[in-house]
Design a protein around this ligand. Structure first.
Ligand code: PEP
Ligand code: MG
Length: 555
């Protein structure tokens, strides 16, 4: 038996088979070859294999997503057959005597450069297809299998780390747990694991080896331990722990339908964070009062091209309908930083977390933003929608978004499409600037929701993905809490309400101070709703001043 310790992201004990995810990045050497004819044959053979794979992918995709979306595989076939592309590869092999994989990689780079300099967004976006197709060709030349993996039932997905676009594409019904060598508790993979209620351990380190692929294992998400081929005694102990925890969870079910109210009568709303439609069952099952954060960018991450208005409208509308009149806060897409998507063709930035992300990107691409706004407005006719803007640093960003919303409404009027006239517009407090300027923002926004994951990283200058920066000193929390208090005080002064939707909101060792500073709503992973309700119902915050002093954020 091998025992590996990491950091727990979400409790739960599950057994399954390790499936190691490796991102098979091809390494391409630059070599001079002796026999260009044979090298050219290797290229032609790789091309025919890649073409037949792409045809198969197209046929499967037509059945799954329809002709339109499957078209990407037709475009990729055209790129492989492109005369100029083939001429360039052939010349590098036949005239300059380079190895075939290098010839493909170099041609891909040269063509990408040309694409990126074109004016047309459409051509720019083809860079990603070219990269995909060339990676496929290179894999065939090098005789390597496709990156990624086949997920068996009850898979314990192990990886060095996963990026959000990889996590969202996994077949969740087959994933028993996630274990990663690196990662941090505020990373989006950790957040997704919590939202999907999948036990997860991060930061296991280098001891998590690819050679464990296929081994039977048990994940103890409570203590953050991965047991590889556990002995029968350990299995027995873990099974007992699993049953005990399940009983505790069962007991919490009696809190369904009860109020989130402290012993001294302070009431707070408990909402759920979701990544998409598939999380709604768990929101309802756990009796959340609403959706406090729907991360709409997952609709973009799950797809290979921009989700169109109809697709977005369908998803927002279904969430609103299923929540049956309860408040649903949909955050406009927050792409950028770690949530990067190749088809956006974002320029490489030195500090993407400080770059053109979220609202900045939306305001720079108003047509794309208006597509989302139209879908949101149309969906608003089917429930109680609030729209929330991420990464706000300036009231002007809210005003510019309002102008786009008005423009969008006029478009819908001309199409005779209905929308609600009672949509609250809120902003996320994720930057120190937003907290400090919250008095001004409160005059433009209907509510705030504090995104502590980003607020923490920008306040403490600590990358939220860096596991080595996770052990906080006490002043770190105080800094964050003081900004949260400034935000609450300013919001209340202007009659606005304030929620928390970052992961900090689920940390029950701080619930008392959240309530003492005046937080009105906490939004957390669905599985945390009942434990939070339990916690709140046992608290007494009548000694508010004393609590604030204890945490260093007295008035
Ligand atoms: C946050 O920053 O706290 C937040 C909720 O947004 P995200 O985690 O998606 O960046
Ligand atoms: Mg954020």
């Amino acid at each position: 038996m091998i025992k590996l310790k990491g950091k727990s992201v979400l409790g739960g004990i599950v057994s399954g088979k390790i499936v190691f995810y490796s991102r098979a990045e091809s390494v391409v050497e630059k070599r001079k070859i002796d026999n260009p004819d044979i090298e050219l044959q290797r290229y032609e053979y790789a091309k025919s294999c890649a073409l037949s794979q792409l045809k198969e992918l197209y046929n499967t995709a037509v059945g799954d997503v329809g002709k339109n979306d499957a078209g990407i595989f037709l475009i990729q076939q055209m790129l492989i057959n492109d005369i100029d592309f083939n001429k360039a590869v052939r010349e590098l092999i036949m005239q300059e005597h380079y190895n075939a994989d290098y010839a493909v990689a170099k041609t891909a780079r040269d063509f990408s450069q040309v694409f990126s300099e074109m004016d047309s967004d459409y051509i720019k976006e083809r860079s990603a297809d070219l990269k995909d197709v060339c990676d496929r060709l290179i894999r065939h030349i090098q005789n390597k299998s496709e990156s990624g993996f086949n997920v068996c039932d009850k898979a314990i997905i192990c990886a060095d780390d996963l990026v959000p676009s990889e996590t969202v594409r996994l077949d969740k019904s087959k994933v028993a747990a996630f274990c990663t060598c690196y990662g941090s508790s505020n990373s989006h993979t950790a957040i997704l694991a919590r939202t999907m209620n999948i036990p997860a351990i991060i930061g296991i380190g280098n001891g998590l080896l690819e050679s464990y692929n296929g081994c039977e294992a048990v994940v103890d998400g409570y203590s953050g331990i991965l047991y590889i081929e556990p002995d029968s005694r350990t299995r027995g102990e873990l099974e007992k722990k699993r049953v005990d925890e399940a009983e505790k969870k069962e007991l919490l079910k009696c809190l369904k339908g009860k109020r989130n109210i402290t012993l001294d009568g302070t009431e707070v709303k408990l909402f759920a964070n979701i990544g998409g439609l598939s999380d709604i069952d768990s929101v309802i099952e756990n009796d959340a009062g609403g959706i406090g954060l729907f991360r709409s960018e997952f609709l973009y991450l799950e797809n290979d091209d921009f989700p169109d208005e109809e697709y977005q409208f369908y998803n927002y509308r279904r969430v609103l309908e299923q929540m049956d009149g309860k408040r649903v806060i949909i955050r406009t897409m927050d792409i950028g930083a770690d949530k990067n998507i190749s088809y956006f063709g974002l320029e490489k930035e030195q500090n993407p977390a400080l770059g053109l992300r979220s609202i900045r990107l939306c305001l720079e691409r108003p047509e794309m933003f208006k597509t989302q706004l139209r879908a949101l407005l149309r969906a608003s006719a089917y429930g109680r929608l609030s729209i929330m803007l991420p990464m706000i640093t300036d009231a002007e960003e809210i005003r510019r978004t309002k102008a786009l919303i008005e423009e969008t409404k006029r478009q819908l009027d001309s199409r005779n499409q209905s929308y609600s006239n009672d949509i609250e517009l809120g902003v996320m407090i994720e930057t120190p600037a937003a907290a400090i300027m919250s008095d001004r923002l409160a005059q433009e926004a209907d509510f705030f929701s504090i995104g502590t994951n980003d607020l923490e990283q920008y306040t403490l200058a600590m990358d939220r993905h860096n596991l080595r920066l996770e052990s906080y000193g006490p002043d770190h929390h105080t800094a964050l809490l003081r900004l949260m208090k400034i935000t609450c005080d300013n919001a209340h002064r202007y009659g606005r309400w304030v929620g928390i939707c970052g992961e900090f909101g689920g940390d029950m060792s701080f619930t008392e101070v959240f309530l003492a500073i005046g937080i009105d709503e906490i939004s957390a992973a669905p599985s945390l709703i009942l434990p939070l309700r339990d916690k709140i119902r046992k608290l007494d915050i009548s000694g508010r001043e004393e609590i604030l002093r204890k945490y260093g954020c007295e008035d």
